[in-house]
Write a protein that binds this ligand. Structure first.
Ligand SMILES: Cc1cc2nc3c(=O)[nH]c(=O)nc-3n(C[C@H](O)[C@H](O)[C@H](O)COP(=O)(O)OP(=O)(O)OC[C@H]3O[C@@H](n4cnc5c(N)ncnc54)[C@H](O)[C@@H]3O)c2cc1C
Length: 246
């Protein structure tokens, strides 16, 4: 089966990892290709950092896909023929059995998006340049009050910091010492290795809940596991995967 994913953002990449994992798991013969304009994951949620002059890490998509056998096709997907199941990518025609469209959203701010929004690295760099070129005391008008805008407001940041500090103060009183921590971990691993469900259950809080995400690479429970008994059984099940020297 030929699967093509258009878009190498968070959605397209997550889809590629998961499909590759499922194909391996069910021994399916599958060719998975991901079409993206560049070999670089644009982390849009971090673009506001770029606008404030903070360097962002450069993440190569080819490096991330290499391990899971997904092919990267670089280029702009220009048209899709649903009847013939064909996709045009800069003069090349690709055929597919299944097509995933994960191209994200676009700015609705017209032909000068960089004046208003930082939606991609180029527009973010242009916005940073404009901000730097402003005279001291210049007035900036902000249109819109969504999370992206609020997150840049110093007042909002200070409030988040205050709340985090308060939360940490509460936790300080509850935290175990390093020694107690090591001892608890040793008891946890021993109970797990010995399949001692009752022993594990004694270590968990009553409302314990286990959530996991293997990111498409490793096995993980797909639904939250809730309750002392269920979580204890879950971890005993994992014990065979424990490295012997742990
Ligand atoms: C400034 C800003 C701040 C944000 N902050 C947050 C936040 O704090 N928290 C949060 O949850 N969300 C935030 N978001 C929203 C979040 O970034 C998006 O929801 C998310 O990026 C969507 O992921 P995606 O994979 O669907 O699309 P995208 O991340 O947009 O990825 C789409 C990919 O498809 C590629 N592509 C598009 N068209 C084509 C084509 N024709 N051919 C080939 N490739 C193509 C693009 O180049 C891109 O690589 C923010 C967005 C912005 C702009």
């Amino acid at each position: 089966m030929d699967i093509i994913i258009i878009g190498g953002g968070y959605a397209g990449l997550a889809c590629a990892f998961r499909l590759a994992h499922q194909a391996r798991r069910h021994s399916m013969l599958c060719r998975i290709r991901l079409v993206n304009r560049e070999d670089h994951l644009v982390e849009r949620i971090r673009l506001p950092q770029m606008v404030t002059g903070q360097p962002l890490p450069y993440r190569r998509i080819s490096g991330m896909l290499h391990h899971c056998g997904v092919e990267l096709v670089l280029g702009n997907a220009t048209s899709v023929d649903l009847g013939a199941q064909r996709l045009e990518v800069e003069g090349h025609t690709l055929c597919w059995d299944r097509l995933v469209v994960a191209v994200g959203s676009q700015s609705g701010s017209g032909d000068r998006p960089y004046d208003a929004l930082a939606v991609n690295p180029d527009s973010s760099a242009q916005l940073l340049e404009r901000l730097r070129s402003l005279a001291q005391g210049a007035c900036i008008e902000v249109v819109g009050g969504g999370l992206t805008i609020l997150k840049r407001s110093p007042d909002a940041c200070r409030q988040v910091l205050r709340r985090a500090r308060r939360h940490l103060d509460v936790l300080k009183g509850m935290s175990e010492s390093a020694e107690q921590h090591r001892e608890l971990l040793a008891r946890f691993l021993t109970a797990m290795r010995e399949g001692d469900i009752a022993g594990l259950a004694r270590l968990f809080a009553e409302d314990v809940e286990s959530r996991a995400d293997g990111g498409g690479y490793v096995r993980a429970a797909t639904k939250p596991v809730v309750g002392v008994r269920a979580v204890s059984r879950l971890f005993v099940g994992f014990s065979k995967d424990l490295p012997p020297d742990l």
